[in-house]
Design a protein around this ligand. Structure first.
Ligand SMILES: Cc1cc2nc3c(=O)[nH]c(=O)nc-3n(C[C@H](O)[C@H](O)[C@H](O)COP(=O)(O)OP(=O)(O)OC[C@H]3O[C@@H](n4cnc5c(N)ncnc54)[C@H](O)[C@@H]3O)c2cc1C
Length: 479
């Protein structure tokens, strides 16, 4: 008999959720981790960035206290060391939380680097500490190096920063998200290469902290996966805050001096410029951790840096599965968690619904926040739909005005023939919380009729959602 029914490699949101669900279903389960329980998400991704952004948000409110009739006496400023310490403390708390959950669910933790050696078998070697990732606390009762067997092995090894040739992060002048999260001192100026979620969240954090920020994006719009109108709205808001944004342009070369970088930037028309900044953040995407885990030896198929899976997270090799970032885009924690449950329930024979990738929401926690689900207007048109599109501005929402946060846009896209909600796109205050209303609606295959029939509480920001739906059908009330 194998040592375990299921071994999970990697304890990020994909891996640890898979381990919990496996244990709940009665599988003898182990999880292997080489650096930090809870993975990138809790240690170097979703959670510590939100902690930093929260400090920046409060700083912003403090700086605008007068707008709320409040007087702040004395100095009100950021203590960078304390801001970073708070964020790191929260990461440790998350890490400890997963340790608790593994213990509670009787999941064995094996500490070290796992490698598949043959079907059903892994070896675990001591962690080779990667240069940029301080190792998290090792659970006291963790098992160590050795050979372990299991009937099913789930690969959840996550991803790491992508590096462009010639523009590789060095951890000193050119940062990845690791260094960006723990600055020892605030740079005066910062160049952010890439305006996807990671790049723009850091740009937003540093700008609010008073840094002179320039963002360079190769595509024509910032936050390029978002609807063009939302991207344009966000860009205006960022520029109003003093962020400089250069689109349709790429960094071609970087020259380093002792304490600054000079980036050579070329736009699509061949125009050239140089920008010198104290630091540069490389935020040009992530690549799956597929190397040195024995995939080649077993013949596990990969494609463009990710493991190829079917809709139940099975690879082409029997007994080997993959979930989360290593199994391809969108590289989001909630996608990893959802795949984890599908994967384990399918192993159990519970016939879970396969993932519908068109229903995965995306949230970006810049200021203003951005959130979306479903098709953009351009994609819906390209798919051949005849559209009804609604828009509603936060400026006409009473709660937004009361909050002093009345800049934002809600956009909804319907199939004109059937009334099916195809996409919802929001930019503005707390939209990362609001979007879930549309996600639930889409999952329930809602139409405009049901959304119009739904009562939204007043006064709430959520009323912009309903007004946007009403606008799509020429029935808007507050505009
Ligand atoms: C700065 C930043 C902000 C982000 N913000 C958000 C956000 O707001 N919302 C969101 O949804 N997503 C966000 N993400 C993305 C999110 O972090 C990832 O999608 C998520 O962590 C993927 O989970 P995972 O389980 O696939 O892998 P990971 O969280 O990357 O975990 C993989 C784990 O596997 C371990 N591992 C790798 N190889 C081995 C091996 N051979 N042996 C043992 N262990 C191994 C690693 O040490 C790691 O702990 C953010 C990412 C970054 C970088």
């Amino acid at each position: 008999m194998a040592d375990y029914d299921i071994i999970v490699i990697g304890s990020g949101p994909g891996g640890y959720i898979a381990a919990i669900r496996a244990a709940q279903l009665g599988f003898r389960t182990a999880i292997v981790e080489r650096e930090h329980l809870a993975g990138i998400c809790s240690n170097w991704g979703c959670i510590p960035t939100k902690a930093l952004l929260r400090s920046a948000e409060i700083l912003h409110y403090g700086q605008h206290a007068k707008d709320y009739g409040l007087v702040l006496e004395g100095s009100f400023k950021a203590d960078l060391e304390a801001v970073v310490k708070r964020s790191r403390g929260i990461a440790v708390r998350m890490n400890n939380g997963v340790q608790f959950l593994m213990k509670k669910n009787k999941v064995d933790v094996i500490w070290g680097e796992a490698k598949l050696t043959k079907p059903g078998t892994i070896t675990v070697a001591p962690t080779k500490k990667p240069a940029m990732q301080p190792q998290g606390p090792i659970p006291k009762n963790a098992k160590g190096e050795g050979t372990y067997t299991a009937d099913h092995i789930i690969v959840a090894t996550g991803a790491r920063p992508r590096a462009l040739p010639g523009l590789e992060p060095d951890g000193k002048l050119i940062w990845t998200y690791f260094e960006s999260m723990v600055p020892a001192k605030m740079p005066k100026s910062l160049l952010v290469m890439g305006s996807g979620a990671i790049g723009i969240e850091f740009a937003s954090f540093y700008r609010t902290m008073g840094v002179d920020v320039t963002v360079v994006e190769v595509l024509p719009q910032v936050v390029p996966v978002e609807d063009a109108e939302i991207g344009a709205f966000a860009r205006k808001a960022f520029e109003k805050q003093g962020m400089k944004i250069i689109t349709s342009a790429k960094v071609t070369k970087v020259e380093k001096s002792a304490d600054s970088v000079t980036a050579h930037i070329e736009d699509e028309k061949g125009g050239k410029q140089t920008i010198t900044a104290d630091r540069m953040i490389s935020a040009v995407g992530v690549v799956g951790n597929i190397e040195n885990i024995g995939l080649e030896a077993l013949g596990v198929k990969t494609d463009r840096g990710c493991i190829v899976i079917d809709d139940l997270c099975r690879t082409n090799v029997k007994g080997v599965y993959a979930i989360g970032d290593v199994a391809g885009p969108p590289m989001l924690a909630h996608k990893a968690e959802h795949e984890a449950v599908i994967c384990v329930e399918a192993i159990k024979g519970l016939h879970p619904h396969p993932m519908d990738k068109s229903m995965i929401p995306g949230c970006t926690y810049c200021h203003p926040q951005i959130a979306s689900v479903g098709l953009t207007e351009a994609k819906a048109k390209a798919a051949g739909y005849e559209l009804k599109v609604g828009r509603f501005n936060f400026v006409a929402n009473g709660k937004a005005v009361a909050l002093g946060e009345d800049s934002g846009l809600a956009k909804t896209i319907f199939d004109a023939k059937t009334g099916k909600l195809l996409g919802a796109h929001l930019v503005g205050p707390e939209v990362t919380e609001l979007i879930q209303g549309f996600v639930v609606a889409m999952n329930l295959e809602t139409t405009e009729e049901e959304l119009m029939h739904t009562i939204f509480p007043h006064p709430t920001l959520s009323e912009v959602m309903k007004e946007s739906v009403l606008d799509a059908y020429g029935k808007v009330l507050n505009a």
